[in-house]
Design a protein around this ligand. Structure first.
Ligand SMILES: Nc1nc2c(c(=O)[nH]1)N[C@H]1C(S)=C(S)[C@@H](COP(=O)(O)O)O[C@H]1N2
Ligand SMILES: [Mo]
Length: 427
C-alpha cells in the first residue's frame, strides 16, 4: 500500500461501512472514532496495515510454556499485606475484574496458604486412609491415578472472602472484596471409590483430612458429604495442579468453604466424632452478637457480584454498557440473577450464560443504557433451592458485626457521574 492509498478513502464503503454506521448508533461515542479509520486501508477498512504483517513473528519454540502477552501484565493475583502476619500465611486474590466467562486460569487462581506452599515430589508423596476402616491403605500417586477418573467444574471460595466488609465498605477493589474465589475443572477420583476400597465402617460418621504442609491443615468432614460428591484431584483445568493449589493431590469438596478443600492431601482418617481442630474451633467459626459461635457452617450460600463495571473497571462513557458478573451457590445451580441500578429499589432480570452448572460460577449479563448520572449497581442471585442472596443489613441482623466469615451479601457499586466506580454500602 502506498502513501496515497492510506490517505484516500476507498470510494465504496459497502457492507462494512454500513455495519460501522449501525454500530455507531448503538454504541454511541465509543465506536464513532472507528469510522475515520475505515478509510485508511484496503484489506481491512477499519485499520491501517498492521506492523506485524511486515516481518516474521516470534517462534513458539522460545516459549515452550505459553505466558500472557506483555500488554496483559497487570492481570495478576494481588495480596493485601496488612491482612495476614506473614507472607507464608497469606492470601492472594483472583483478578475477577479482568476475567471473562466462568473458568479461572490456573496462574490467576487465588491462593490461601497457612504455612506457605510445599514443593512435593509426586514420586515421594503418599495418601493414607486409616481409622475406622476394614483395610487401611496407602496410595502412591501412580496407584491413585489407576482408579476411574471424573472431571467436574466447581467454584472454591474462602469463607473469609468479603470478611473485611462486615463493619463497612473498606476496599476500593473488586479483586479485594470478592477475589477469594476461583472456578476450575478438576480431575481426579471420587472419594467414595477410595472409601469403598478401604471399607469404611458403618460407625464412621466423620473423616479427618490432613495436608502435607507446614500448617498440617486438618479439617473434619461428615461421611455423608464425603460419600456424596467429594473428589481427590490431581488436575486443574486440564493440567496437573499448580504447587500452590495443592500439587500433587488435593481434596475438592464441592460447594463447601474453601478451608475444607485440603491441599497436599496426605491422610484421610475415619472416626465417630469430629476432631475439633484449630481450623474448626478458633478459626472458620462465626462469633455472633451474643458471644456464641456458629460452627460447621460449611456451605457457601448464594452470592453474586458485578465484575464490570466495578472500581477497577470504571464507566467508558454514556450509552450502552454491558453489566456483567458472576453468581454462585454451594447448594446447587443458580436459577436467577437480578440487577438493580438504583440500589435495590427496582430489579431487572439478567441473562444467564450457559453452561449453568451446579456449585459452579455462573456468568450473567445485563444491557444498560447509562445516562451519565449517579447510579447504585447491585446484583442479587437466587439458587435452585429458592434461597435469595441477602442484603448486608439482613445478614447483620442475624450475625451481628463480629463476624469475619460467610459474607454473601449483595454488593453495591456506586457509579459516579464522572464514571468512577466506588465500593459503598446501602442500608
Ligand atoms: N494443606 C492445606 N490445605 C488448605 C489450606 C492450607 O493452608 N493448607 N488452605 C485452605 C483454605 S483456607 C482455602 S480458602 C483453600 C484455598 O484453596 P486454593 O489455595 O487452591 O485457592 O485451601 C484450603 N486448603
Ligand atoms: Mo480459607
Amino acid at each position: 500500500m502506498n502513501h496515497d492509498e492510506q490517505h484516500n478513502p476507498p470510494k465504496k464503503i459497502g457492507r462494512l461501512g454500513f455495519l460501522a454506521k449501525g454500530a455507531t448508533t448503538i454504541a454511541g461515542a465509543a465506536l464513532a472514532s472507528a469510522v475515520p479509520a475505515a478509510a485508511a486501508g484496503e484489506t481491512n477498512p477499519f485499520a491501517p496495515r498492521s506492523p506485524g504483517m511486515d516481518e516474521l513473528g516470534e517462534t513458539v519454540i522460545a516459549h515452550p510454556y505459553g505466558m500472557p502477552i506483555k500488554y496483559e501484565a497487570s492481570v495478576i493475583r494481588r495480596n493485601v499485606p496488612f491482612l495476614t502476619a506473614t507472607e507464608e500465611s497469606s492470601v492472594s486474590f483472583t483478578p475477577l475484574q479482568d476475567l471473562d466467562g466462568i473458568i479461572t486460569p490456573n496462574g490467576l487462581c487465588f491462593v490461601r496458604d497457612h504455612g506457605g506452599t510445599p514443593i512435593i515430589d509426586p514420586a515421594e508423596h503418599r495418601l493414607m486412609i486409616d481409622g475406622l476402616v476394614d483395610r487401611p491403605l496407602v496410595f502412591t500417586m501412580d496407584e491413585l491415578k489407576r482408579y476411574p477418573s471424573e472431571s467436574h467444574i466447581h467454584f472454591t471460595e474462602c469463607p473469609a472472602n468479603g470478611g473485611m466488609e462486615w463493619r463497612g465498605a473498606q476496599l476500593q477493589s473488586l479483586q479485594f472484596t470478592h477475589g477469594m474465589v476461583h472456578c476450575c475443572e478438576w480431575t481426579g477420583v471420587k472419594l467414595s471409590v477410595l472409601m469403598k476400597e478401604a471399607g469404611v465402617k458403618p460407625q464412621a460418621k466423620w473423616m479427618l483430612a490432613e495436608g502435607a504442609d507446614a500448617a498440617a491443615m486438618t479439617r473434619s468432614i461428615p461421611v455423608w458429604k464425603a460419600l456424596d460428591d467429594v473428589m481427590v484431584v490431581w488436575s486443574q483445568n486440564g493440567e496437573r495442579l499448580r504447587a500452590s493449589n495443592g500439587y500433587p493431590v488435593r481434596l475438592i469438596v464441592p460447594g463447601w468453604q474453601g478451608n475444607v478443600n485440603v491441599k497436599w492431601l496426605r491422610r484421610l482418617k475415619f472416626g465417630e466424632e469430629p476432631w475439633m481442630t484449630r481450623e474448626e474451633t478458633s478459626k472458620y467459626t462465626d462469633l455472633l452478637a451474643d458471644g456464641k459461635a456458629r460452627q460447621f457452617a460449611w456451605i457457601i450460600e448464594t452470592k453474586s457480584v458485578i465484575t464490570s463495571p466495578c472500581p477497577e473497571n470504571p464507566m467508558k462513557g454514556k450509552g450502552f454498557t454491558e453489566v456483567t458478573g458472576l453468581a454462585w451457590s454451594g447448594r446447587g445451580k443458580i436459577t436467577r440473577v437480578d440487577v438493580s441500578t438504583d440500589g435495590g429499589i427496582n430489579w431487572h432480570p439478567a441473562k444467564l450464560q450457559e453452561p449453568v452448572l451446579s456449585k459452579c460460577l455462573t456468568r450473567f449479563r445485563f444491557p444498560w443504557e447509562w445516562h451519565g448520572t449517579s447510579a447504585l449497581l447491585q446484583s442479587r442471585a437466587v439458587d435452585e433451592t429458592g434461597y435469595v442472596q441477602p442484603t448486608l443489613t439482613q445478614l447483620r441482623a442475624v450475625r451481628g458485626t463480629n463476624a469475619i466469615y460467610n459474607d454473601n451479601a449483595i454488593q453495591t457499586w456506586h457509579v459516579n457521574p464522572d464514571g468512577k466506580v466506588d465500593n459503598v454500602q446501602v442500608s
